[in-house]
Design a protein around this ligand. Structure first.
Ligand SMILES: NC(=O)c1ccc[n+]([C@@H]2O[C@H](COP(=O)([O-])OP(=O)(O)OC[C@H]3O[C@@H](n4cnc5c(N)ncnc54)[C@H](OP(=O)(O)O)[C@@H]3O)[C@@H](O)[C@H]2O)c1
Length: 281
């Protein structure tokens, strides 16, 4: 088998797995990088290598011969940015030329959503790496909206009347596949991947309730209430900050953007919440 020049990370997860399936269906070869290769999907034309961002030696071997790399952001952790930097450095040393990175809307040090600061630091590292880059700045995943609903049918958080335009992971995957197909056209480009409607949390609750036939409502917590209601999980401070700032970033207006980038990249309108929920029923 000839060595594939495209590598896809995160293939055991939702976004990376969906990205990997698209070229496989089109008959293209690729290399799948996985922390646990035995959990990688078995796809035609794909070879699998072990790679953990936290272990640059495994990454160096896995990236040998790769020119184009789809990099899924790692699971949230206190040292995620260090892991990302180590992986990017390993990619540069291995001879990778172009990284397509799943970033986040409003990425940067001033972001209200604390995890978007990680993405900003990762983007900054890529900009200084000498590698070509493309940033896919995702909004919050639409698929996760139903998971915001507590067992009592209430979405709780300090989002106020703020709006956000969550994007389906399937749309993110289609955008990534389009970029990977024609990387030269997307060098140095930043795309805002959003849904096609900007929603308040009350509207999200109403839509979920209407589609599922259940009573779902939104309770606008204060920030103090939000930390208190999440204290029961015993999570570290950075995690609590991330959970709460998901909502305060929506309240701040930071997430209120509907972009045409999904349509421009894929030729189709992004999914709405109602469409996604209906498709999953
Ligand atoms: N926009 C949003 O609303 C949102 C929400 C949640 C997460 N995210 C971010 O978006 C990413 C992709 O989302 P998803 O839904 O596809 O998540 P997912 O289903 O949890 O998949 C994450 C993938 O990344 C891999 N991974 C995680 N940490 C890694 C590391 N240190 N080194 C190498 N591989 C690593 C995982 O491998 P394993 O199977 O070995 O764990 C998995 O394949 C997430 O990892 C997270 O950073 C965004």
């Amino acid at each position: 088998m000839t060595v594939p020049v495209v590598a896809v990370t995160g293939c055991t997860g939702a976004v990376g797995g969906a990205v990997a399936r698209l070229p496989a269906e089109a008959g293209a070869s690729q290399r799948l990088l996985a922390r646990a290769p035995d959990r990688a999907p078995a796809l035609p034309g794909a070879e699998v290598r072990a790679a953990d961002y936290a272990d640059p030696r495994s990454c160096a071997a896995a990236l040998a011969g790769v020119e184009l790399l789809f990099m899924v952001s790692a699971h949230e952790s206190a040292d995620r940015v260090e892991q990302h930097r180590a992986f990017i450095d390993a990619a540069a040393r291995a001879g990778v030329r172009h990284v397509v990175y799943t970033s986040f809307h409003a990425a940067g040090p001033q972001a209200e959503f604390t995890l978007a600061r990680d993405h900003g630091a990762t983007e900054e590292h890529l900009r200084g790496s000498g590698l070509d880059w493309t940033f896919l700045r995702d909004s919050f995943y639409l698929d996760l909206a139903p998971h915001l609903v507590g067992e009592d049918g209430v979405i709780r958080g300090p989002a106020g009347q703020g709006r956000y335009a969550p994007v389906a992971r399937a749309d993110v995957a289609r955008c990534a596949a389009a970029v990977l197909q024609d990387p030269q056209a997307h060098r140095g480009r930043t795309y805002e991947l959003t849904g096609r409607e900007s929603l308040t949390m009350a509207e999200v609750a109403a839509t979920i309730g209407a589609v599922t036939g259940t009573d779902v409502r939104f309770h606008d917590e204060t920030v103090t209430e939000a930390y208190a209601s999440r204290a029961v999980y015993g999570a570290p401070d950075w995690q609590l900050d991330a959970w709460v700032s998901t909502y305060t970033s929506i309240a701040s207006g930071e997430q209120d953007l509907v972009s045409g980038d999904v349509r421009d990249l894929t030729g189709r309108a992004p999914l709405t919440l109602a469409e996604l929920l209906a498709a999953g029923r």
